[in-house]
Design a protein around this ligand. Structure first.
Ligand code: ADP
Length: 480
């Protein structure tokens, strides 16, 4: 049996303790064995990252851009292989997995490019012969803690800016997606970074997270995952004042469909945002708020679409929705389906596991109707292919229902009215707002993040990433 090792200080470091990674489309298929980092491994990785950062942070930005471009090129060249690993271990369809690898390529390319744009600003001074400008320096050692639902895109959108701006990285992926993390690390390991500038430590989130949160040499932590873990991490890290923390957490996202909506656009947008990636996106829509004139038509059309979705093995090209990623998520989904029925929501599609030839975590896409915002299925993040229709009287009432959640990640409206669209965009409590499109979709070069309980700290991605991954200094220079 081969145990895939961690990558620490430029070396592959194995361990006797390991986790076993299983294919959710076929529980008989073992994807691989992955070393769990010990406390000593994590301490070694942090020490190596600290030393390497001095070298990496002082390299010419164009040299760092070259390294990022070489990572992007290799990711692109290996896209079919990486997409297959991702689909096999996480359960995204091959099409979705290929798209996700493409997103990682674009992200590394973007941050290579951004180093070739303006890096600071110049200001006039109140004083004669004085110029003022700003510079951006690295933060230092950055811990990157990522979830299982985007095994390569989320790591890319944290690792690429961290490295671009001269930081060193300690990468801690979610255990169930170690194979993708390992494949990404294999590529980064060959990009010519100084030993220790990039480290992979796989294993228990609690063990590694606690060390990272309390370690004086970890200067920043960027986290994506559940609100519960993110909030705990925030509390632990804030116990020491010299670390910055960015957390991207849960969502309970809504879409508002008005009487004047184009129903085809509504159905396509909702099918994508509620059931794409098996509903396992933090930006996924799970509350479909609809005004009375189109409620029944939309319910019928959506039911028809949901029932037509082909659920199956992620590696089968004809599959439209893959399995749930792991057993505890499947249990969560099923328990919420039961809660929804007990709360009085009407189950109009799905609601049960599907038996296939492969033993896998296959769940039928599930649609409820007649929901209210008080129901737990409309307040708590489920993170599965489960959505609920809720009737609203009008735009104003719809907005009130949409905002009635502790979360604020994504929101959408389907309408032909420019006025309603503008009104909604000003009032929807969310960090990402879509009009006549799937609210689950974002792009790699624009700010990403939520408000309320969905996030803390500066936005991720695009030029916004600079705020978190650099420290800004202001320079006052008198010429004589
Ligand atoms: P998800 O189930 O969506 O992956 P989690 O919040 O459970 O969300 O996990 C997100 C990431 O946080 C994973 O890499 C996980 O291992 C890690 N993690 C879990 N517990 C902790 C913790 N106490 N401190 C830091 N990271 C943690």
């Amino acid at each position: 049996m081969q145990i895939n090792p961690n990558f620490i200080a430029g070396e592959w470091v194995t361990s006797s303790d390991y986790s076993i990674n299983i294919n959710p489309s076929n529980l008989d298929d073992v994807v691989g064995h992955y070393a769990k980092a010990s406390e000593t491994n994590v301490a070694d990785a942090i020490a190596a990252a600290k030393t390497a950062q001095n070298t990496w942070g002082r390299t010419a930005p164009f040299q760092r851009a070259a390294a990022l471009n070489s990572i992007a090129n290799e990711l692109r060249a290996q896209t079919p292989r990486l997409a297959k690993i991702l689909a096999r271990e996480e359960g995204k369809t091959l099409r979705e997995a290929t798209g996700e690898v493409g997103r990682a390529v674009a992200t590394f390319e973007y941050f290579a490019f951004i180093l070739q744009t303006e890096q600071g600003a110049m200001f006039a001074s109140q004083r004669p012969n004085m110029s003022i400008h700003t510079r951006h320096r690295p933060v230092g050692v950055v811990a990157v803690i990522t979830p299982w639902n985007f095994p390569i895109a989320v790591p890319a959108w944290k690792i690429a800016p961290a490295l671009a701006y001269g930081n060193s990285v300690l990468f801690k992926p979610a255990e169930v997606v170690s194979a993708t993390a390992w494949a990404l690390t294999e590529i980064i390991a060959k990009a010519g970074l100084p030993a220790g500038a990039f480290n992979l430590v796989m294993g228990s989130g609690r063990v590694i997270g606690n060390i990272v949160a309390g370690h004086p040499d970890v200067n920043a932590i960027t986290f994506t995952g559940s609100t519960q873990v993110g909030s705990e991490l925030l509390k632990n890290t804030h116990a020491r004042s010299n670390a910055r923390v960015q957390t991207e957490m849960g969502g309970k996202n809504g879409i508002l469909v008005l009487d004047d909506a184009d129903i085809d656009i509504a159905v396509d947008s909702i099918a994508d945002s509620a059931f794409g990636s098996t509903g396992q996106r933090c930006t996924a829509t799970s509350r479909i708020i609809v005004t009375p004139g189109v409620y029944q038509e939309l319910a019928d059309r959506l039911t028809e679409r949901v029932l037509s979705l082909r659920v199956g093995d992620a590696l089968d090209e004809s599959t439209q929705m893959g399995p749930v990623a792991h057993d505890s998520q499947l249990s969560t989904d099923l328990s919420y389906i039961e809660i929804g029925q007990n709360e009085g929501a009407e189950l109009i599609a799905g609601g049960a596991v599907i038996d296939k030839d492969n033993p896998g975590h296959f769940l039928a896409p599930t649609l409820f109707a007649g929901g209210t915002t008080e129901m737990r299925i409309n307040q708590e993040e489920i993170f599965g292919p489960v959505a609920c229709l809720i009737e609203a009287r009008d735009l104003e009432h719809g907005l009130e229902l949409l905002n009635d959640t502790p979360y604020g990640l994504s929101a959408g409206i389907i309408t032909r009215s420019l006025q309603s669209s503008e009104y909604f965009q000003e009032r929807a409590e969310a960090g990402l707002i879509s009009v006549n499109a799937s609210p689950a979709v974002s792009e790699h070069h624009v700010p990403f993040g939520g408000i309320k309980d969905s996030g803390h700290g500066p936005r991720e991605q695009g030029s916004a990433a600079k705020e978190f991954f650099t420290q800004q200094s202001t320079h006052f220079v008198r010429s004589y």
